[in-house]
Design a protein around this ligand. Structure first.
Ligand SMILES: [Ca+2]
Length: 285
């Protein structure tokens, strides 16, 4: 065997070893830990109705109206990304969004996009990631979000008989992977779980959450994963926060939501936009 052939063979063996070690990681206690396997990926080459539906709902006293079907370009998909926006259309118009008690949203000049994978892509535990950026940030009333919600949530759209559980009880639990509160933050997002207090509409937003610095107008990967009984939050793959022991409180299938809310009466100039390159869910193979 000449030296070149030997080198090639050596390199081939190294490559094979690398592949094996990537798919089967041996943990400290000697058990084989499987690597992540993608079971859902949307890279927004087009808007895929098999993955997403528009969600029209009035939940946090927002001033905007969620509109469907990319009306006013509120959820544009172009050049491989999704653009979820809030837009001031200059004149008040009727809004069909209802709150959870059936009250209709007042007329408003602000329209916005919100999509959910409810009843389309729902998964138990695993790992959810999105690669996204904001066009602008740190302005009062901004509230863009990338988050997951329990599949038995009883809010619109209700399409299956088991969607009867009120937020944030088990079955309707909420985990916020990325939220940006423009009133309080500039280059910062918050990440964490809403801790259920055991009654409808009673969730602790703050004790399971952390603010994390990031350059928000550049693309980053924001993820949450179940690791044992913990929830681990990552920014570009690096752990930035952990809800210790909270993971088992979210045993239900969950769906993804991408939305941009405007949450106060503060005047808004221009267009607010969250651009999403892709969303994926992975499970341990
Ligand atoms: Ca369902």
């Amino acid at each position: 065997m000449n030296k070149m052939k030997y080198s090639l063979k050596f390199i081939t063996v190294l490559c094979l070893l690398a592949i094996v070690s990537c798919t089967q990681l041996r943990s400290k206690n000697g058990k084989i830990t499987k690597e992540w396997e993608i079971d859902f990926l949307d890279d927004f080459e087009h808007f895929n109705p098999d993955n997403w539906q528009d969600q029209r709902i009035w939940v946090n006293n927002e001033t905007h109206c969620y509109v469907p079907n990319n009306q006013f370009d509120t959820r544009e998909v172009s050049n491989g990304t999704l653009k979820i926006k809030v837009i001031n259309i200059g004149a008040k118009r009727p809004c069909d969004n209802l709150d959870k008690y059936g009250k209709q949203h007042p007329d408003t000049e602000y329209v916005a996009g919100r999509i959910a994978s409810k009843n389309l892509k729902e998964f138990v535990k695993g790992k959810w990631t999105a690669r996204l950026k904001l066009a602008s940030h740190g302005e009062p009333s901004m509230f863009p979000a990338w988050w997951i919600l329990g599949a038995q949530n009883n809010e619109s759209p209700v399409q299956q008989l088991d969607e009867i559980i009120c937020w944030p009880l088990t079955g309707s639990g909420e985990i916020d992977i990325f939220e940006h509160h423009g009133d309080h933050q500039k280059n910062e997002f918050t990440t964490g779980a809403i801790i259920s207090q055991g009654e409808c509409d009673k969730g602790d937003w703050w004790s399971g959450r952390k603010g994390v610095e990031a350059v928000l107008n550049e693309f980053h990967e924001y993820s949450v994963e179940w690791q044992g009984s913990d929830l681990v939050y990552r920014l570009d793959g690096l752990e930035v926060y952990r809800n210790i022991g909270e993971g088992d409180k979210y045993p239900e299938a969950m769906f993804a939501i991408l939305n941009y809310a405007k949450i106060t009466d503060q005047l808004m100039i221009g267009i607010w936009m969250m651009e999403v390159d892709w969303v994926k869910h992975e499970r341990r193979s």
